[in-house]
Every structure is written in C-alpha cells, then in structure tokens.
Design a protein around this ligand. Structure first.
Ligand code: UDP
Length: 243
C-alpha cells in the first residue's frame, strides 16, 4: 500500500481505505501468498498511549497496517483536512477475517481473555464460521515473555492470530514474536473475544451510527469511565492544534 494512502495523525500512519477494499485488496493477498502481516486497530486511546510510551509508539509504527478504529480518529483527520474514507472497527474487521478464514478453511489461533471467555468465544466462532479451523486457543493471563506460549502458537502454524490481551500488551506480544513466524495475519483485537463470548454487548447500530459507541461502552461498563479521559485529551489536542 502506497504511503499516499495513509493519513498521519500524531505520527501514526492510518490506512485510508474502506473495510471491504482493505480486506479485498490487502488481506486476501496476504492470505493467498502466505505473506505475514501485523495489523493494529488504533483508537484515540492507543494514539495517546503512543505519545506517553515511546517504545509502544515504535511498535505501532512498525505495523504493516494501522487502521482507524474510533470516531475520534475520523474527526481528527477531517479537522486536518485530510479525511479518512471510513472508520474500521476492530470487531468488524475481525468478523470479516473470520469470514475469509471460513471461505478458505484457514487456521486461526485465539490468544487472550479469561479462560472462560476464550473457551466460550471459540465455541461460538466455530458455530458461526464452521469451516474455519481452530489452530489453537489460550487464555490471556500469562507472562508475555513466556516462550511456551510462543511455541504453542508457532507449532500450530496458524494463518490468523487474534491477540486479545488489550493494548499495549497485545501489540507488545505480537512485536516480540512476529519475527519467529514465516506466515500469519497478526491482529490485536482488544475485547472482541468478550463480545464473541456474549459477555459484552456491542453497541446497537443506532449508537454506532451516531458515533456514540464509546459512550455506550461506558454506560454498560462504568468501570471504564477513566478510559474516556484520553479520548477527550486527544480531541482537545486535535482542536487546539497542539500536535
Ligand atoms: N486481557 C488479557 N490479559 C491481560 C489483560 C487483559 O487477556 O493481561 C484481556 C481481557 O480479559 C479482555 C481484553 O484483554 O478480554 C481487553 O479488553 P478491553 O475491552 O480492555 O480492550 P480494548 O478493546 O478496549 O482495548
């Protein structure tokens, strides 16, 4: 993907494409050619974390694709008069990748969330995408430096590796292990396994259309209220041009 198809927001190069074209033109090609890639789905919280943590910033910048997940990123690009075509929500992208894996009988590894959530999510995914193969699964409460987990994933030779450890841990795990793999689409998927397990509800379309998914999540999980502060800080930086 050419550099002019990226939009830089606070030093992070965002993919400027629709979700469908991104899957069609980029991901399908990687799967067909068994070419590995690292995808970050970045929202304002992740961008703010890259401003605080330089090592994490370098990891995000090293990804092959950073997709804009979160209305804040879309508003920031618009404000800079360099609009992005579409918000690409991590959960929707994961669903499309599972569809792709289902079509091609590809092998998926699911790493992360609690054991209970991981088991339930993988069970539900197998029901919804019966032709994909589960290369393996493992919960997310391990030491990210544990070589046994890396070995487990490596041995299963997955085509897709969905890492649900939350940021920055999921991107750190991918970055640390990526060079050991010869193939695989690696993506940090945050709380997506919780949604597949039915533990967390995705916002209804009405909220998503109004760009209020973030508010819905806070109302449903009030413990997340602190996570809204970086979103406001990000928007404040965008509108006061302090970046
Ligand atoms: N998680 C994990 N290991 C950890 C910390 C978190 O597996 O050490 C999981 C957690 O159980 C949840 C996901 O990572 O399933 C993070 O979800 P969150 O909603 O915080 O992610 P977001 O999408 O907001 O980044």
């Amino acid at each position: 993907m050419a550099n002019n198809e990226r939009v830089q927001i606070m030093d992070i190069p965002f993919v400027n494409n629709t979700k469908d074209l991104f899957i069609e033109k980029e991901i399908k090609e990687h799967v067909q050619l068994q070419k590995k890639c690292f995808i970050v789905t970045a929202n304002p919280e992740i961008v703010m974390e890259t401003r605080r943590n330089k090592t994490y910033k370098a990891i995000v910048q090293s990804a092959d694709y950073v997709v804009p997940d979160g209305v804040g990123i879309i508003l920031a690009a618009k404000h800079r008069k360099n609009p992005l075509k579409e918000r690409i929500a991590g959960f929707d992208l994961m669903k499309d990748m599972l569809d792709l894996a289902n079509e091609s009988g590809a092998k998926c590894f699911f790493l992360g969330a609690s054991e209970e959530v991981n088991e339930e999510a993988v069970k539900n995914i197998c029901t919804d995408f019966p032709k994909l193969k589960v290369a393996g699964r493992y919960h997310g409460y391990f030491d990210i430096n544990d070589p046994a987990i890396t070995e487990l994933v490596l041995k299963s030779e997955p085509d897709f590796i969905f890492v649900a450890l939350g940021f920055p841990k999921q991107e750190e795990w991918i970055h640390k292990n990526y060079h050991l793999f010869s193939k695989g689409i690696f993506m940090g998927v945050g709380g997506s396994l919780d949604v597949f397990a039915g533990k967390v509800k995705r916002a209804p379309d009405f909220w998503i259309k109004l760009n209020l998914e973030w508010l819905y999540r806070i109302i449903k999980q009030p413990v997340r209220w602190k996570r809204v502060l970086p979103i406001f800080k990000f928007m404040w930086l965008v509108y006061t041009k302090r970046t």
